[in-house]
Design a protein around this ligand. Sequence first.
Ligand code: ATP
Ligand code: MG
Length: 560
Amino acid sequence: MSDTAPTKSKHFLETIIEEDLASNKHEGRVVTRFPPEPNGYLHVGHARSIWVNFGLAQQYGGVCNLRFDDTNPEKESQEFIDAIQEDVRWLGYEWNGDARYASSYFDKLYEWALHLIREGKAYVCELSAEQASEYRGWATKPGKDSPYRERSVEENLELFEKMRAGGFDEGAASLRAKIDMASPNMNLRDPILYRIRKVEHHQTGDKWCIYPSYDFAHGQEDAIEGVTHSICTLEFQSHRALYDWFVENLPVPARPTQYEMGRLNLNYTVTSKRKLKQLVDENHVAGWDDPRMPTISGMRRRGFTPNSLKSFCEMIPVSAKNNSDVDVAQLEKAIRDDLNEQAPRAMCVMNPLKVTVINIDEADSGLEMKAANHPNKPELGERVIPFSETLYIDKADFNEDNTLSRKKFKRLVSGEYVRLRSAYIIKSEEVIKDDAGEIIELKVSLVPGTVGENVEGVKPRGVIHWVSAENGVKATIRDYDRLFSDPNPDAGEGDFLAHINPNSLKEYEGVVEPALAAAKPEDSFQFEREGYFVADRFDHAADKLVFNKTIGLRDVWSGK
Ligand code: ATP
Ligand code: MG
């Protein structure tokens, strides 16, 4: 065989779609949809769902709809609608036609509710919420019929109209399907179709004071849109019977099928929208797009790329049976691998220590160093790094103690040599301290002729990064780390907020090499020896450089 690329085995959704295409089940069409509720920003789990739905449509020449499942107006807003569209586009996907809204089908759904009433398959129930839950029973105890269950069609039509016209208080009445109060599937125990909510809707204004339930809306919306493969997560498996019941009992224009797949769970991460909202509302983070948030906009601001998120999604098996519990280190690896390939290299000193070169000689080799922008991508070119009499190195790269082992401390110590990346080997000559005993400056000598060369008898301990103090540019460096320090912040009885990592953000006033003054928002770099950083999407400007740490060069959590 000439083709040695490993062929990935097909996952169950690919198999189903291919069988449907082969049998011409939907006249060769593949229509999927991504149906977020606009009650928060999208998170990494949604990225997975987007990748599945838009990805399958692309793969099989189909289309994917974006549909806002806006049946709960209290919690929804235009801000979330806008953010969701921006995130989907940023990931590189385009939806079929205009964005759709469950609310634009409210007239149709209302008509279908009337249809069920006329068929004797729905009734207006006036049990209170507590009574209704008592009548419902539980998994092993059959429910009891509501006393309102046998109302006549006429009475139900009249009462449902009264609900619609605002004649009941919230909670005083609901429309329920008449299915089976003894069904082993709780979802079939006369589920609610419509409830009263006297609130404005961001799309329909005050037109409605009754709103359809998620279950009554979802399958019918799929049918209206001609969705062929309605993919959701496993927790909706037991809703499928109800989904099918509606599709069978209503004059819907098409008969979509729901397929369930495992949900993505990440350790060290919360993805419940309620908890993410709490983090924002209580100012534990700076907003939905705080770079520590697992939201798509947060990850974007952190420096993740669409490709890294897609390749992360590709690593995780699509399962019909199990949720995927994934180590966040896999997500971090995906971005590290992507940036290792793409990001130009640069130098940034986060904690500057002044260094004076006592024997600098302009004639020696000139004051401009050159460095490749990428170690194995010559096409990315090289840049000039000015060298000067005063430099900065990182405080952490110097130690007075020259008895430290050469293996453990491969940096600069008193009286010894170290190489400055892409420049000279230097020797520490003198340490200058302030009155408090703090090291404030080093005097060093450079070894002439050592740019790109070694000299007999001069053995540097290692290579450190540096920036010219005369030409370097100040920059704010936001050193981000995982937001939670516990692998399961959500587990147990305790408050997930107790697991917030107190060191998830450290800010430094650092210095970067002058070439970085030209960085544009969202440009990524590898700061040598420090990690991958991105110019902040919003706060970075030509006169105020701000870089966010995306991820370190290696995983420092796995050994903890
Ligand atoms: P929550 O209940 O946490 O507020 P949700 O999952 O109900 O959020 P939706 O806006 O309804 O949020 O989700 C839109 C789509 O994204 C749904 O099809 C849902 O199944 C999918 N989705 C959400 N979270 C995940 C996840 N962790 N893994 C895979 N798919 C997900
Ligand atoms: Mg939902």
